[in-house]
Design a protein around this ligand. Structure first.
Ligand code: SAM
Length: 276
């Protein structure tokens, strides 16, 4: 019986043509055909690496139709590499339909990791990396955009979006309106000659971009929501300390607990004690 082929999902550069792995180059050379989002665009990358493998188009508008065709060829034993215009296929790019169909029909898939704009922007931005949320492109209608922003407004994670340069100002305006002035980064032209990171409060970036509109490809990152602590009044602090002491806590320990909980210094608490 004919053995099925494999689908190789290959990440390609997001700007700098040097950002491609040896395994991706080898795979692109060895497969029977490459399904590419835009064959004309990918041809430049393939020519650069002297790859002559036949190409077929696989994009948003022919994804379902092409999936059937690719599946037939995979079942006939051919190997296929899937690439998009930049970065990882399936991440704000076509790929999901083919990948899910292969999974459903037990066709082997391998993912060859490599560049991705969101992760590159996150690491370069200096924003917290412990936990982050990626939301792709925000909807173009302002109402829907604001709804999504409002859903993430109190998330304690860095949020990452993709955005077209001509929409950056409008999106930053919505961010400022819904989330207030938050630590924001616009990461432009990553891995390219004019790569730049713009970091500041949302309003500061708006001032900058209203003077000089951003150009090129951009990612927007918003800092995590930081809950402001209720410091309360000195009387409240002392009452809380008394309660903790009655529960058996040492006076010093009680002061430390209240200072931490209220986001105040131990010196402020000593002062309040002396003045009481
Ligand atoms: N699949 C890609 C990935 O893995 O990152 C994303 C493709 S999505 C259609 C394209 C968007 O990604 C751009 O509009 C921009 O927001 C972001 N992007 C891609 N390359 C970039 C770069 N070099 N610098 C900044 N953002 C980039």
């Amino acid at each position: 019986m004919q053995e099925n082929g494999t689908l190789y999902v290959c990440a390609t550069p997001i700007g700098n043509l040097g950002d491609i792995t040896l395994r991706v180059i080898e795979t692109l050379k060895q497969v029977d055909f490459i399904a590419a989002e835009d064959t004309r665009h990918s041809r430049k990358l393939l020519n650069y690496y002297h790859i002559n493998t036949p190409l077929i188009s696989y994009h948003q508008h022919n994804e379902k139709f092409r999936t059937n065709e690719v599946m037939k060829r995979l079942k006939a034993g051919e190997n296929c590499a899937l690439i998009s215009d930049a970065g990882m296929p399936g991440i704000s790019d076509p790929g999901q339909v083919l990948i899910n169909t292969c999974l459903a029909e037990n066709i082997k898939i391998d993912v060859l990791p490599g560049p991705n704009a969101a992760v590159t922007a996150l690491v370069l931005s200096g924003m917290p990396t412990e936990s982050f949320i990626y939301l792709g492109f925000l909807p173009s209608a302002s109402g829907e955009r604001k709804k999504i922003l409002s859903n993430i407004s109190e998330l304690p994670y860095t949020s990452i979006f993709y955005e077209a340069p001509h929409r950056i100002i409008r999106t930053l305006e919505d961010i400022q309106e819904v989330l207030g002035d938050r630590l924001t980064v616009v990461a432009r032209e990553l891995t390219k000659v004019h790569q730049s990171i713009h970091k500041g409060l949302t309003g500061e970036l708006l001032d900058e971009f209203r003077m000089t509109a951003p150009k090129g490809e951009c990612c927007i990152l918003i800092g995590p929501y930081i809950q402001k602590k209720e410091t309360g009044q000195p009387m409240d602090w002392l009452e809380e300390i008394k309660k903790l002491e009655l529960e058996g806590k040492e006076s010093k320990e009680a002061m430390k607990i209240v200072a931490k909980k209220r986001g105040i210094s131990k010196r402020d608490i000593y002062k309040a004690k002396l003045e009481s």
